[in-house]
Design a protein around this ligand. Structure first.
Ligand code: OAD
Length: 386
């Protein structure tokens, strides 16, 4: 599926995106003299005069073309959104324009430092480590058709990845800080680990695009179940069966072939027109319709990607033909900024540019301490029961 196509179903085909690692450095080259200026330095008066009338001719031709072909309009469109491609420029933009409506979009990369694997990283990604499940192909573990035939692999994996066993990362707490500072319009996540909630971002500020583990439903009669019930079944290595009809009960995470939650579409309609700055973190931006959200913000809204490699870039030929959206990190408008590296480091650098570095560190330390204390208390309670 191509970026920009609207779809309600989860779809993982590449979003018309080819990695754009060969970013042009043209805009970073020091300005060199134009050919005509260099030539003028070497010539005498007559030739200089001839050069000058030649210049007039070129100028008037330039004006003519500008009027007739609306080249000026194009130049206007090419106006720089940011003075340079840097975190500092993004922060300055937020401060100078008094931006308060930031949307963050995230994927598995914001949770890897918590110990949860992502999906597509070459060695460590989940899809490269599913051999033991004997699947027809890695993604089958999240496909509805396969689940109907054989739910076991999913539940074995669910036990390994069950929410509640991990602590939010610096990246999660950075998003929480955006909320605390009244800068967060909404956080859109593809993750089902619930770590955004654990970090203290309120539920109404989060859109869990690929669903959640918190609730479950019977695939036959749609009877709903709570997290604790599901947890008990998963940790007892049982396939959860409906108490009413005996059908298989599945956590409400979105499988390939299923619709995204209706709240996703409702919030997208409302939020993206209002968005003043987009921050995308830790995602390969290949799963639709989530990946295409980057095209839903206004055409002059800056977009910052914090990720190990560039993501979401449209094929340049497709872009030139106006057939694909996506990020354009090579444009000299500097609208799209790629900060390449680990999300936690990127968030720390961004916090430093805001002047929040110490505050972020303190928040992470305080919250982690609280979680550890709670874990300790619940272990003691369990021991007490025995
Ligand atoms: P992917 O595994 O496709 O992409 C994760 C991205 O994060 C990659 O670009 C990694 O290089 C990058 N990354 C990993 N760790 C990082 C770190 N610490 N710092 C910075 N970057 C890091 O995961 P998603 O894009 O989230 O759907 O995948 C999208 C969807 O595909 C998932 O929601 C899931 C999957 O199929 C379902 O299962 C329904």
């Amino acid at each position: 599926m191509e970026a920009g196509k609207d779809s309600k179903n989860l779809d993982s085909e590449e979003a018309g995106a080819a990695p754009d690692n060969a970013e042009s450095k043209e805009s970073e080259k020091p300005a060199s003299k134009s050919g005509s200026e260099e030539a003028k330095d070497d010539v005498g008066d007559d030739e200089a005069e001839a050069g000058s009338s030649h210049k007039n001719l070129v100028d008037s031709l330039g004006h003519y073309l500008k009027d007739k072909l609306h080249i000026g309009d194009k130049a206007e469109k090419k106006k720089k959104v940011l003075p340079e491609k840097s975190l500092e420029a993004v922060v300055k933009y937020i401060e100078e324009k008094k931006i308060t409506k930031i949307i963050t979009m995230a994927g598995a990369g914001i949770s890897t430092s918590a110990g949860i694997p992502d999906f597509r990283s070459p060695k460590t990604g989940l899809y490269n480590n599913l051999a033991k499940y004997d699947l027809p192909h890695p993604q089958a573990i999240f496909e509805l058709d396969f689940f109907h035939k054989n739910p076991k692999p999913f539940f074995v994996l669910a036990k390994e990845l069950f929410p509640g066993s991990f602590k939010p990362t610096v990246s999660h707490y950075f998003i929480r800080m955006l909320y605390d500072k009244d800068l967060l319009l909404r956080h859109y996540t593809q993750n089902i680990d619930t770590l955004e909630r654990v970090s203290g971002v309120p539920g109404d500020k989060i859109v869990e695009a690929h669903g959640t583990f918190f609730t479950s439903h019977c695939l036959e009669c749609e009877l709903g179940y709570e997290l604790d019930w599901m947890k008990e079944k998963i940790f007892a290595d049982e396939i959860p069966k409906c108490i009413s009809c005996g059908g298989v009960v599945k956590p409400d995470i979105v499988f390939f072939g299923e619709n995204l939650p209706s709240r996703f579409f409702r919030c997208v309609e409302k939020d993206f027109d209002e968005c003043e700055l987009l921050i995308v973190m830790g995602t390969s931006l290949v799963v639709q319709p989530f990946a295409s959200l980057v095209d839903r913000v206004g055409s002059k809204v800056p977009r910052l990607l914090i990720n190990r490699e560039k993501a979401g870039t449209a094929n340049p030929v497709m872009r030139a033909l106006g057939l694909a959206g996506g990020m354009d990190f090579s444009s000299d408008t500097n609208r799209d900024v790629a900060w390449l590296g680990d999300c936690d480091d990127g968030c720390e650098a961004l916090a430093a540019a805001f002047g929040w570095a110490d505050e972020l560190k303190e928040l992470v330390a305080k919250e982690h301490e609280l979680i550890e204390k709670e874990e300790q208390e619940s272990k003691t309670k369990v021991k007490g029961k025995i």
